[in-house]
Design a protein around this ligand. Sequence first.
Ligand code: GTQ
Length: 333
Amino acid sequence: MANSTPSIPGAESSTLSTEDQFYTDIASKNVAPLWTVLNKMVPPKPNPSSVVASWPYEDLRPVLMQSGIMVSAEEAERRVLMLVNPSMGAPYTTDTIYAGLQLILPGETAPAHRHVAFALRFIVEGSRGFTAVEGQKLMMERGDVILTPSWHWHDHGSEGDGPMVWLDGLDLPVYRFLPINFAENYEEARYPSKLSDNSSCKFPWAPVQATLDENKETEIYARYDYKSDEHRKHLSKTISGQAERVGAGATTKKVRETVSFVYHVYDGEGFSTIVTPDGKEDKVQWKGKDTFAVPAWSTMSHTCTQKSGSAYLFAVNDKPMIESLGLYKREEL
Ligand code: GTQ
C-alpha cells in the first residue's frame, strides 16, 4: 500500500501493517483483491479452457465394439464413450458442448427416460435403429439428425442386424453452472410408440446434402444451418447443428466465431487448420466418421484434399445460447 495514500476515515483502526498481512487477512473475510486477477477476469481476448482435440473413428470403433461385449445397453442404460476434452475432463467436449459415441446392438433397448438436457444425434453407421421420442418411433439411417428435446421421453433400439452407432450432442456443460438437469426413468423399458415418418424431431440427410449441392458447379463451399419448427432459427435454445460442403481441392475462408463446435465428418477427406485464441495452431487431418472439437473464437478453415467430389461435414454448435445472450461475433480473416 502506497505511503502517500490520503487518510481514509476508518482505515486508522485497521490493524494491518504489511501488504502480505493485508492479503492474508482479507482472505479470512471471504474477499479477494480484483486488481491481482483483473486480466484473468476480463481478458483481452476470449480464453476457452478446451483445446483442439480429435477422435479418429478407426481408433474409437474397436473400443466401442469392445464396450458392446463388456456391457449391455440395458445394463449401461446408455452405452456411450464420452468424447473428453483432454484439458477439461467429462462432460466437456468443448467448454459448452458434450459429445459421445453411442452403440446399440441388434435387439437391444436403451431404456426410456427423460431429462432436462437437450440432445441431438447424428447417425454414424448402421441401419434400422430407432429412437422413440414421446411416442413417435423414428427410424435412423446414416446422416440423419434426431432430436430429443428437453423433458421428452425417449428410448433407443435396433431392428437392424449390425451395430448402430451415433454421435450424441448434448448441452450437459450448461448444467455445470445451471445445476438444474435431472432425469426420470419410465416405468417400462420402452415408452409406447408408433412408427412416424414425418416428425419435427427427424432431419434426414438427403435434403441437407441436396441443399449443400445446389451451387456445386460454381461455389467451392456451402453451409446449411438446421432449423427446427419450434425454435425456428435453431434446433434448440442451447445447441444446434450445421452441415458444410467443401469442394475437391478447395480451402475455405479463415473464419472465427464466438462459438465452439464438435465436428463430425459425414464423408470425405481433408484437414482443418485451427488457430485457438491463444495463438496455438493445429492441423486436424480427417476422413469419414472422424470427430474433432474446436474451441470458441478459433480461426478455422477446412481443406478438402480429394481429387474429385466434395467433403461433407456436420457440426454441433452452441450458437443458439451465444446468440440469445447477444454475444455472437464473427470475423473473416
Ligand atoms: O441418450 O439420453 O450421450 O442422457 C449422455 C446422456 C446420451 C441419452 C448421452 C444421455 C444420453
